[in-house]
Design a protein around this ligand. Structure first.
Ligand SMILES: [Cu+2]
Length: 230
């Protein structure tokens, strides 16, 4: 709302409703890097320990750069930065089973904190990696993590953390792709009531920036974003 009010004031100052419409449309259609909302899609129901719940699905990917299209055709401001896609502004329904599939296209190395090489907060405490059920991955070969946090507020707690195994450095580029064939990681968790959460990668993958915690690790739209339950 603050943005819209500012634009109205600016529009009036330059004299005309047409300017207001043009400026408002221009600014509100610039969602920032990689932030167009992506909502989990409900397809039927699932039996869970909490009863029969809507079953929602979300597909994500992790890339060794920002060239896959989610930052624009030329990679945006930082084409070489590691990134999540197709969005970092994620949404899911309340009181539902959410199944996330992440296509992992990046390499990696030893994770700083082995806690984040383990699966936390999913149904049964597991994930599948290329179809195989696992509770952790090799801490010496982690690409990224997908970690949802709750701020200490009165909303329902939500903590989910998934280690994404690294592709081998010598993985060949897949035919017809700019990347090797990805590792496919799938996991499910149950949401509570409505809330606003954050997610980020806990593997310091911002090479060359502040002990690898800068750059894409410290800039919204690359290795972090929002997770809204509603
Ligand atoms: Cu990362």
């Amino acid at each position: 709302m603050a943005v819209r009010r500012t634009l109205v004031g600016l529009g009036c100052a330059v004299g005309g409703g047409a300017a207001v419409v043009a400026l408002t449309g221009m600014v509100l259609h610039q969602p920032g890097p990689n932030a167009s909302p992506l909502s989990a899609v409900v397809k039927g129901t699932a039996q869970t320990a909490q009863g029969t719940l809507p079953h929602a699905f979300l597909d994500l990917a992790t890339y060794p750069d920002s060239m896959a299209g989610e930052h624009g055709t030329s990679g945006g401001a930082h084409p070489g930065w590691v990134s999540y896609g197709p969005s970092t502004n994620l949404r899911a329904p309340a009181h539902s089973l959410v199944t996330v599939t992440i296509s992992q296209y990046d390499g990696g190395e030893t994770i700083t904190n082995p806690y984040f090489a383990k699966v936390h907060g999913t149904v049964d405490g597991t994930m599948t990696v290329n179809g195989k059920t696992q509770t952790q991955t090799d801490p010496d070969a982690v690409g990224h993590t997908f970690t949802i946090h709750a701020a200490p507020t009165n909303q329902d707690p939500l903590f989910v953390s998934i280690p994404l195994p690294a592709l081998p450095d010598d993985a060949p580029t897949a035919p017809g792709s700019d990347y090797p064939a990805p590792i496919t990681v799938t996991f499910s968790f149950v949401t509570g009531g409505a809330g606003k959460y954050q997610w980020n990668c806990e593997f310091p993958c911002g090479d060359g920036y502040y002990a690898k915690f800068g750059g894409p690790m410290a800039t919204r739209g690359y290795m972090s974003g929002s997770f809204t339950v509603s």
